[in-house]
Design a protein around this ligand. Structure first.
Ligand code: GLC
Length: 751
């Protein structure tokens, strides 16, 4: 282990060695001289061989010149188990059990930049123990749709919160000597027809909402690689999108690393080569021999190949290859990462409602735990991001362990979910609704559960979804609670009013039936290897809940912007989904030309973003549509007093200060949120926008002065006439609160 510790330390030093006045991206160019000398020694075949996959999770180096292969691993919330060289099937290793970190929406619910950084270090360290150079994460697309299949993987509906956490995750991971591959660039906000859908949106919305999480992680965080998304943006596939990859990513943001396509997301030789793709994953039918042929005909130049190789080698030289005798010699999951996962879980749990039920009273001696989500593990499934965890504490295990001797805990499943593990990519991805979880309640299971609640002092109902319902590759059809849970909760509450609900899910659910039947409601997330431990600590009151919602719970799906505007599901009906078609045996056998012709013959799915920048709370607040639970909402076991707000503007920023007091009798964290409104603006803006936030820890009765900075550049808007960022001068209303719908103080400042 000492050798490994030394090795990890040297990787950190190497990463830090090239510090100095250079921007995070320009640091990647410090080896360009050495790289150019190497390129001059390489044959064209050796260079082109670097532009496509070698195995399912690696791209080639040049052994002759001592350039190591580049090894990738999925994230974003745990280093995925080793797959076979030619696909995703498990390699059956034993030392590749990793730490299962809380998923993206749970991390975002902590609103903690400090924890996002630590999370990144945990991922970076465990990647290196597995011999990986690049993790395929963080996944930072905006949660535009409440039904979005990857809401659980992504962070937030808000670009400022997403960007701040993406930046810290990136820094944490890369400071440990592992490159991130931030994904999916860009506007990948639905799974329906993800392989071919054309996301059509205006430039201001693109800039202010959908690119923001990538922009900060790349410019400020120095993200070393970027994964273009499967979909199209305004007509062009992301993997060959001139505007996104060359004009913005490289041209404006100064990105010096490399891009790697999503798996199966490369669509041509000339498009990829001319419009910004470096590595085709997987296969070489575009960025292999056809590149060499195109140089022979003069359609492409070798200089262009050299530039792509240079960008790859910049990352190769920034990341120390993991020596073969170090990689995979110890268990991937390490205690320090498990501790980080536990801390994130503890601070992610959101108390949505509490009418005197929580924390669990000392005189509670019999607890009935109802619901299969109390025992279902959530580490695997959901397709690419699944983790083979070293261990996972389920909610029921956590409750039983914490309850101790004097408390009897009983359990009944209450409902049955249909869950399945994604195998190898099937010939066609059978629609998930064929395995829907929309069956009505099972009377026998309901009766068994109700019987258990009869003489219980407290009922804890575990509802929510599972990773066969919320998953990559498919969006939910609705956000209803599945498996007859609505019927079950009514029966449980009728039998025993002392009831708390814990929702185990990645995204929002429809609580219209549950809310009146549950005096307490907790959002428990897919919360990682120590999720059950952390949940029990909150339920029993060892720690106060401090999570805040990173997305809105609408009252009903139809209230959400893309639905209200008729933009989703695709009103023209789905086109042939490229992603699933790509794996069809007859399509796989086609030549490039035949496949292009076949795909061109398909109807074209489109997703129009006519709701523009009114995404999430920006929509609900502006349209005055009351949500079930608002963005930023989260209760504690104490109350906080806000006072004495001041705001002043300088050239660089608006500084906001205030005093927060913990009025309760136990230590607790609060997340102070700063929103801005522009009552006299000539430019169109949402009713309010988050611009800064800070988590503060306060002892019982403690007061703290909190200072937050809003960089002036974050107050700009994208002016579509001048095609540039512009600051609108005038009065700015500064709104400070505990949630987007719980503003405690406000003041004005002129910018
Ligand atoms: C996928 C996902 C991407 C993942 C990649 C490799 O289909 O979209 O997030 O990293 O394949 O598993």
């Amino acid at each position: 282990m000492k050798k490994i510790a030394l090795f990890l330390a040297s990787a950190v030093l190497a990463a830090a060695a090239c510090s100095g006045p250079l921007s995070p991206q320009d640091k990647l160019t410090v080896n360009d001289k050495k790289i150019n000398d190497l390129i001059a020694q390489m044959t064209l075949e050796e260079k082109v061989n670097m532009l496509h996959s070698k195995t399912n999770m690696s791209s080639a180096g040049v052994e002759r010149l001592g350039i190591a292969d580049m090894n990738y691993a999925d994230g974003p919330f745990g280093i995925r188990e080793e797959g076979q060289p030619n696909g995703f099937m498990s390699a059956g290793w034993t030392l590749d059990s990793a730490t299962y970190f809380p998923t993206g929406s749970a991390l975002a619910a902590t609103w903690s930049e400090e924890l996002a950084y630590k999370y990144g270090t945990g991922m970076g360290k465990e990647a290196r123990l597995r011999g990986k150079d690049v993790i395929l994460g963080p996944a930072v697309n905006i949660q535009r749709l409440p039904v979005g299949g990857r809401t659980y993987e992504y962070l937030s509906e808000d670009p400022i919160l997403s960007a701040a956490l993406a930046l810290k995750y990136t820094k944490g991971c890369q400071d440990e000597g592992t490159a991130v591959c931030i994904k999916h660039f860009a506007v990948n906000n639905q799974e329906t027809n993800r392989g071919s859908v054309d996301a059509q949106l205006d430039e201001r919305t693109l800039r202010e909402i959908y690119l923001k999480p990538f922009e900060r992680a790349i410019i400020e965080g120095g993200a070393m690689s970027v994964m273009p998304a499967y979909n199209k943006v305004n007509g062009d596939y992301c993997s060959e999108n001139e505007h996104l990859l060359n004009e913005i990513l490289r041209g404006e943001w100064g990105f010096k690393g490399f891009t790697v396509s999503d798996w199966g997301g490369t669509h041509s030789t000339m498009g990829a080569m001319l419009h910004g793709l470096n590595v085709q994953m997987t296969g070489d039918n575009y960025l292999g021999q056809p590149v060499i042929d195109s140089i022979a005909t003069g359609a492409l130049t070798e200089d262009l190949v050299d530039e792509k190789v240079r960008q790859i080698l910049r990352v190769r030289f920034a990341i120390q290859p993991v020596p073969a005798d170090v990689a995979n010699t110890v268990m991937t999951s390490q205690p320090e990462s498990q501790q980080i996962a536990k801390e994130v879980a503890e601070k992610s749990i959101v108390l949505l409602k509490n009418q005197g039920i929580l924390p669990i009273a000392k005189d509670v001696k019999k607890i009935a735990v109802i619901g299969q989500n109390a025992v279902l593990k959530t580490q695997s499934g959901g397709m690419g991001a699944g983790v083979k965890a070293l261990y996972e504490v389920t909610p029921l295990e956590g409750i039983c362990k914490r309850a101790g001797e004097g408390v009897e805990v009983t359990y009944a499943p209450g409902y049955k979910t249909i869950s399945f593990r994604w195998g190898p990519a099937p010939a066609t991805l059978a629609p998930l609704e064929a395995r829907s979880n929309d069956e009505p309640a099972d009377p026998k299971l309901v009766a068994e559960a109700v019987a258990l609640t009869k003489d219980a002092d407290l009922v804890i109902f575990f509802g929510g979804t599972n990773k066969s319902i919320e998953t990559e590759g498919s969006d939910r059809k609705n956000i209803k609670l599945p498996c007859g849970q609505e019927e079950l909760i009514q029966a449980l509450y009728a039998a025993n009013k002392n009831l708390a609900t814990v929702l185990i899910s990645g995204g929002p659910t429809d609580l219209q039936v549950l809310e009146p039947n549950s005096p307490a409601i907790v959002q428990g997330w897919w919360n990682g290897t120590e999720g059950g431990t952390a949940l029990a600590e909150v339920l029993f009151g060892d720690i106060a809940p401090s999570g805040k919602l990173p997305f809105t719970f609408p009252v009903k799906l139809e209230d959400s912007p893309a639905y209200a505007m008729g933009n989703f599901p695709d009103p023209n009906g789905a086109g042939g989904d490229l992603f699933s078609l790509m794996f069809r045996p007859d399509v796989l056998k086609m030549s490039n030309e035949e496949r292009q012709a076949f795909l061109a013959s398909l109807p074209k799915p489109v997703s129009k973003y006519t709701e523009r920048f009114y995404v999430g709370y920006r929509w609900y607040d502006t349209k005055e549509v009351k949500p079930m639970y608002a963005f930023g909402h989260g209760l504690s076991y104490v109350t906080f007093d806000y006072s004495d707000v001041k705001a002043q503007a300088s050239k660089e920023n608006v500084q906001v200060s205030l005093t927060v007091k913990n009025e309760g009798s136990m230590p607790a964290d609060e997340v102070v949120q700063v929103y801005v409104a522009r009552p006299e603006s000539k430019v169109e803006w949402p009713a309010k926008e988050l611009k800064a936030f800070q988590r503060v820890s306060l002892k019982a009765g403690e007061l703290k002065k909190v200072t937050l900075n809003v960089p002036m550049k974050e107050l700009r808007y994208w002016n579509e006439e001048s095609n540039a960022w512009e600051l609108e001068h005038g009065k700015l209303q500064v709104l400070v609160g505990s949630a987007s719908d719980d503003i405690r103080l406000n003041t004005d400042v002129t910018i």
